[in-house]
Each structure stands twice: as C-alpha cells, then as structure tokens.
Design a protein around this ligand. Structure first.
Ligand code: MLC
Ligand code: AMP
Length: 511
C-alpha cells in the first residue's frame, strides 16, 4: 500500500532546490529565511522527539502557541510522526483549554512559555505526560529537546483514513465538538484546490492568517507547500505591511475583515497589486460592497469560496475566465464534492429554491471525536453532512449562502455560538437570563452583542459583565456591547425572538 501520509505528499512537492526559501518572515525584528531543507530537517527532529516518547499511534498533540514558522514545523512533524494535530486558538482562556484537553486527552501539549504555569497544571491533571513550550522567538523546551534529535526521519506509514487533525468547533447546544479530519480528507482537498486555483511555479503566497483554523493552516499553508511555493509569513495581519509585500507576491488569502482593512489603506490601487494573480476570500460572507470596491480599486476580482472545519473547502468561484466570479455567491461545488439543497422534510429542492445545504465528498470528515450520537445527527441516512448553512443553487450551478439554520455569529472570521456565551452570562451574579446576537459590524462583518435581564432586585452593569467575560472566554467571543433590559421579547411559544433584537440593534455599529 502506498503511503497516504499527508506529509509524504507535501514533501514530494518540495522543489528540487532544497536550499531555496520556503518561508520568509515578514514581521520578525529581521527577516528570517527558512529553506525547504529547514522544513524537512526541522520537522524530522521534532518528529524524532515525538517518536522518542513512545506514544501510541494517533496520539493527540494539542498545540496552543503564537504563530511562528516553528509552529508550522511542529504541525508537519505531527503529521509525519503519524500523530494527530490539535490546534487551539491562542485567545482561548483556561476554562476553554481545560475542556479541550479533558475531552481530547492529548499525550503531548505544547504551549507558549508565558502560559506554561496554568496550561501545564490543566494538562497534568488531565493525565497528559508531556508539556513543552514553544515561543514565537524560536525558544522553548520543544526546540531545546528537538535539537538533540537526529535530522533524518522516515515518514510514518498512514492510510488515507487515518486521523491527521482534530479541529474543535462549537456547537449550537452544549460544548465544542472535535471534527476528525483524515490524511485523505486534507490531501484530496489540497490537490483539488491546487488545480482549481491554478497554482503555477513561481507563485508566492502572503500568509497572514492564524494557523489554528482551517483557512490559515490547511487552505493557505497546504496550497503553498503542495506547490513548492514560497510563503511571506506574517505572525499578525498588518494591512500596510501586507500591501507592501504584494509587489513580490502572487496569492493572498483572507477573511473578509482583512479585505475591509486593506481597502482602508490609501495605497491600495492597481499598481500596488499588479504583481498579484489571485485574491481568495472565505470563512465568512464577503459583502458585495467589498467585492465591488476591491474590483474598482485594484482591477482584481476576489475569488470567494466556502468551507468549514468539518469539510475543508466545498465550493469555489471559478478561477479561469470561462465563467465569472460572481459576488455574493460562493461559486460551484469543487470537483468531487457533492452539494445539494433540501427542505426541512429532507426533500430535494429545485434550482433557485432555498433550503439546508448538505454535502459529501472525500474531503468530508468522518465524525466528531467521541461523539457518535452527535455525528449521527449531523449526517443524513444516505451519508450527506448537514452543514447548518442555508442557501440555494441557481440554474447555472452557483451556490449562494443566504443564512444559517445554526444559531451562529461569525465575527472577523471566527465562529461564536450564542448558546455558549448565554450559558456563561447567565451564571454571572444578578443575571436572570440573556440573549446573544450578531449585528452588522463594519470591520468584523458581525459583532457579538448581549441583551440581558437582571434578577428581580439586582443591578447589573454592562461594563462589569464585559470585564467578567474577558477573564473567562476568548476575546473574540466577548460581546462588544451589553444591554440590560427588563425583559426579552418572546413569541407565543415562549421562545426568545432574536430576530426582533437583531432588528432593534442593527444600526449599533453603523459605519
Ligand atoms: C480580535 N478581536 C475580535 C476579533 N479579533 N473581536 C471580534 N472578532 C474578531 N475576529 C478583538 C480583540 O481581542 C480586541 O479586543 C478587539 O477585537 C480589536 O482587536 P484588533 O487588534 O482589531 O484585532 P486583530 O488582532 O487585528 O485581529 C483581527 C483579525 C483576526 C481579523 C486579524 O480576528 C483574525 O485573524 N481573524 C481571522 C480568523 C480566521 O482565520 N478564521 C478562519 C476560520 S476557518 P480588545 O477588547 O482587547 O480591544 C473557517 C473555515 C473556512 O471559518 O471556511 O475558512
Ligand atoms: P468553521 O466552523 O469555523 O469552519 O466555520 C464554517 C462556517 O463558516 C460555515 O458553515 C459557514 O457558515 C461559514 N462560511 C465559510 N465560508 C463562507 C463564505 N464564503 N460565505 C459565507 N459563510 C461562510
């Protein structure tokens, strides 16, 4: 059986000249150049370190570190060692991390040095035996220990169905679920995107997204690696600095907020983006204004695509000019991906009609980590995954997302599940109940807002609620505004009418 390990496929795509630059850092004090050989040797050393721990195959390696090239190397090492990469957003606080570690039971946890105290305490309590640190200045115990390892390593043999990564994604009810993605899921999608987006020799990617979610870790990194393309690596997105590098790059990928912030740069024009070949947007709806403003300012048409943690990429606007990239749509199903729209009773809907989007394909995950019941609920009896997105497919085949059946807010490309925030707000002293909604926001697309009702006789201060939440949950989940009201609007069934709240507060952040 050929080795289906994703690292083996990525490695095979490295250019013949292993001393060429694979990654150049853009926001370190001085630029750092990592060659393809550095990626190969560095990942071999970290893989050897993991191997020296004699972990069972497919052990989870949980990683909460700032973005760095070494963090990417760690990801490659986990792949090649045959373990399962579990990336965690650096914004997550202790309560969130405790849940992920308790649920995933990782054999190894890697965290930044400044968090070692509390993260290691959580990890050791959960039974994790090895906790390493990795800082964004190339220090930490992970690299110290890896430096003692050999720089040659034979890539573990994996089948296409073997797990490569677990990505936690929140649920409409209860806690986050770990989406289990296999080597085959990730590689098939990367290969399809390489074709679909016309990657060519000489492409250079500006990598400015975090690497703990699908967009930055898989779509962007795999795209460049599988094409042997150099990446210009930003640890933090800075619109002015990113724009300056477009004169030497060809591909950029971003969530809509990145495009909004680039549009605010006076220097964004045809000349500044002339060297670029492709701008990709996804993870959240791209406003038609952003799409048309971008066209006007740069002469480029943003290519919008649609995906999710459970499926990697599903649809894409066309790259080649035979068909137009249509603003407001997410394009056509990618080759090999099935997309269908059905009503609440599971009846197929004709073109143009709005219903639930269901998908299948080699990219679709196998299920949620240790949640067989939840997994069963999210798949139809005939094996299609219910995305929770609502949309339509027009007669020409373009898919348009019109809303979500899941109660979800997407803020700056990050998902926030109101049920999770409401649960935490309701526990705060003096709070009787709450409703969390998303309202339009000029920068983040949607912003989280909480409306709460105090207990009889209690006084609750909105600013104090925000301060309390900042200590408990990731900053992007914290409401940008809190309203204290006497009661929540309810329908005759007693259900909170969030649509009325959204309507009432829709102009809160009007630009
Ligand atoms: C930061 N803040 C956010 C936020 N990001 N608030 C809401 N939503 C967000 N996304 C908070 C900060 O903590 C700060 O709070 C305040 O907002 C302003 O911060 P900032 O300095 O403006 O934020 P910045 O660090 O510049 O980050 C913004 C961003 C970042 C857009 C660069 O959020 C980002 O990288 N987003 C990309 C997310 C992503 O990669 N998504 C892909 C998921 S994969 P305070 O209180 O401290 O002032 C997926 C599948 C698919 O969805 O299809 O791709
Ligand atoms: P995540 O769970 O973080 O992977 O987010 C996946 C969700 O992001 C999808 O189910 C969609 O709701 C949303 N999404 C991703 N891409 C787009 C897009 N181009 N337009 C609208 N929504 C999108």
């Amino acid at each position: 059986m050929p080795n289906a390990n994703l690292y083996a496929a990525l490695r095979a795509a490295f250019p013949a000249d292993l001393d060429a630059t694979a990654v150049e850092t853009a926001d370190t004090p001085a630029p750092l150049h990592y060659t393809w050989r550095d990626l190969e040797r560095g990942s071999a050393m970290v893989a050897n370190l993991l191997q020296s721990l004699a972990l069972p195959p497919a052990s989870r390696i949980a990683v909460q570190v700032d973005k760095s090239v070494e963090a990417l190397v760690l990801y490659l090492a986990v792949l090649r060692a045959g373990h399962v990469f579990l990336p965690l957003n650096t914004a997550y606080q202790a309560g969130e991390i405790a849940y992920f570690i308790g649920n995933a039971e990782p054999a190894v946890v890697v965290c930044s040095g400044r968090n070692f105290g509390w993260v290691s305490q959580i990890a050791f309590q959960a039974g994790t035996k090895h906790v390493y640190t990795l800082n964004d200045d190339r220090t930490g115990t992970l690299l110290d220990r890896a430096a003692q390892q050999a720089d040659r390593h034979t890539v573990a043999h994996s089948s296409a169905d073997d797990l490569a990564a677990i990505l936690y994604t929140s649920g409409t009810t209860g806690r986050s679920k770990g989406a289990m993605l296999s080597h085959g899921n990730l590689l098939s999608n990367a290969q399809v995107l390489k074709q679909a987006w016309g990657w060519v020799p000489g492409d250079v990617l500006i990598h400015a997204l975090p690497i703990f979610h699908v967009h930055g870790l898989f779509v962007a990194s795999h795209g460049a690696l599988l094409n042997g393309s150099k990446m210009i690596w930003f640890a933090r997105f800075d619109p002015r600095a990113a724009l300056a590098r477009m004169r030497e790059a060809t591909v950029f990928m971003g969530v809509p907020t990145l495009y909004v912030r680039l549009l605010a740069e006076p220097g964004l024009d045809h000349a500044a983006t002339q060297h670029m070949r492709l701008f990709v947007s996804g993870s959240a709806p791209l406003l038609i204004e952003t799409f048309t403003d971008w066209q006007r300012r740069t002469g480029h048409t943003i290519l919008e695509r649609y995906g999710m943690s459970e499926t990697v990429m599903l649809t894409s606007n066309p790259y080649r000019p035979e068909a137009a990239r249509r603003g407001g749509t997410v394009g056509f199903p990618l080759p090999g991906v099935g997309v269908r729209v059905r009503d609440d009773q599971g009846r197929a809907l004709p073109a143009g009609e709005i219903g639930g989007i269901e998908v299948r394909g080699p990219n679709v995950f196998s299920g949620y980590w240790r949640m067989p019941e939840k997994t069963k609920e999210e798949f139809t009896p005939d094996g299609w995954f219910k995305t929770g997105d609502v949309g339509r497919i027009d007669p020409e085949g373009y898919v348009t997302i019109v809303g979500r059946s899941k109660d979800l807010v997407i803020s700056g490309g990050y998902n926030v599940y109101p049920a999770e925030i409401e649960g935490i707000v309701n526990e705060l002293p003096g709070v009787a109940e709450s409703a969390v909604i998303g309202v339009p926001h000029p920068d983040f697309g949607e912003a989280v807002v909480a409306v709460l009702v105090p207990r009889p006789g209690a006084t609750v201060d909105g600013a104090a609620v925000v301060a309390a939440l900042k200590a408990k949950i990731a900053n992007f989940k914290v409401p940008k505004q809190v309203f204290v009201v006497a009661e929540l609007p309810r329908n005759t069934m007693g259900k909170v009418q969030k649509n009325l709240l959204r309507e009432q507060h829709k102009a809160l952040f009007a630009a």
